[in-house]
Write a protein that binds this ligand. Structure first.
Ligand code: CAA
Ligand code: NAD
Length: 297
């Protein structure tokens, strides 16, 4: 089962990066958004990112200027953007990277089942929801798999490949190969809440927010402590801004609703308050910190 044509639904923080690495891996890629302005913004970010990558290749002596320019042009030529999901009909794989809301994702996969050829593999980039439930909603559970990329997709080397109870061996293996073609190291995960990384990372981020809420330490000191004390590239408060406070809230609220007795899952009040104030982190220019583009102000 070879994946040559890929659809990516949602061209936001994660989707634009998935579009880019899939195109760099040699796939034809169709990026789907709900509105032209979101599509333009996602494709614009890819342009900037490819320019940075080309600059770095030349700087590091890995390519000449001509080779880097040709690489950017060839990658861009493999990408098309559209607002029409019908363009996904002949894709070998469709990766969903829309809002972290299980009902919205289930509705999307049910719609895709009617639009896509029978062999199309469906993948979700969900941070926290059950791949098996989405597979059931899609009407083709054997073709459903999790492909969980990490933020920023262009730089993070991992992809979690999630096997649900009904995922076929062929689909799982094709998804792993696709992850490798995107330049990532795949790890196999069961269909458990948060898979491997988020089951460990998100409760830690929530604990850090509760620590801030209690006034035990400032945001800056919590972040410095984890960076210098543990060697992490970002502290947990800055990382929550980087991921998106809305996405983080959806993850923890979903878990608490589903697993109310698991002490690892909680919803910090401060997180709810910030989201209510529309301070969603890097994507809105302010969360726990102020942001200018991809960097803290
Ligand atoms: N393409 C290619 N290269 C790029 C690039 C791009 N788009 N963007 C930047 N680079 C290069 C830069 O040129 C730079 O190269 P040099 O080292 O040669 O100068 C290098 O990559 C590093 O770039 P920056 O200096 O801009 O970045 P940084 O060193 O400050 O690191 C970071 C940024 C990689 C984001 C780092 O801070 C980090 O690893 N943070 C933690 C991220 C993390 O934990 N992500 C997981 C979030 S959780 C998740 O994703 C799961 C979920 O479901 C919520
Ligand atoms: P985002 O808000 O940046 O982007 C979502 C995009 O999807 C938006 O541009 C929106 O217009 C678009 N969209 C929404 N509904 C759509 C639909 N029906 N059809 C087409 N486009 C639609 O969100 P994000 O941070 O990129 O997260 C996307 C998914 O990836 C979520 O499931 C999230 O949990 C997961 N994820 C996020 C991160 C992260 O760090 N932010 C990391 C890994 C996984």
């Amino acid at each position: 089962m070879q994946i040559k044509k890929v659809g990516v639904i949602g061209c936001g923080l994660m989707g634009h990066g998935i579009v880019q690495v899939a195109a760099q891996g040699g796939c034809q890629v169709v990026a789907v958004e709900t509105e032209q302005k979101f599509l333009d913004s996602g494709l614009g970010r890819i342009d900037k990112s490819l320019a940075k990558l080309a600059e770095k290749q030349v700087k590091d002596g890995k390519a000449t200027q001509e080779q880097a320019t040709a690489f950017v042009a060839a990658t861009k030529a493999r990408i098309t953007g559209t607002l029409d999901k019908k363009a996904l009909a002949d894709c070998d794989l469709v990766v969903e990277a829309i809002v972290e809301n299980l009902d919205v994702k289930k509705t999307l996969f049910a719609e895709l089942d009617k639009l896509c050829k029978p062999s199309t593999i469906f993948a979700s980039n969900t941070s926290s929801f059950s791949i098996g439930e989405m597979g059931k909603a899609s009407g083709r559970p054997a073709n459903m798999v999790g492909l969980h990329f990490f933020n920023p997709v262009q730089l993070m080397k991992l992809v979690e490949v999630v096997r649900a109870a009904d995922t076929s061996d062929e689909v799982f293996s094709a998804a792993r190969s696709f992850g490798e073609a995107c330049g990532k190291v795949p790890v196999s995960c069961k269909d458990t809440p948060g898979f491997v990384v988020n089951r460990l990372l998100v409760p830690y981020m929530a604990e850090a927010i509760k620590m801030l809420e209690r006034g035990d330490a400032s945001a800056q000191d919590i972040d410095i402590a984890m960076k210098l004390g543990c060697g992490y590239p970002m502290g947990p408060i800055e990382l929550t801004d980087y991921v998106g406070l809305d996405t983080t809230l959806s993850i923890v609220e979903g878990w608490v609703k589903r697993y109310p007795n698991d002490p690892a899952f909680c919803v910090p009040n401060l997180l709810k308050q910030k989201v209510a104030e529309k301070k969603l982190g890097r994507k809105t220019g302010e969360g726990f910190y102020k942001w200018e583009g991809d960097k803290k102000a």
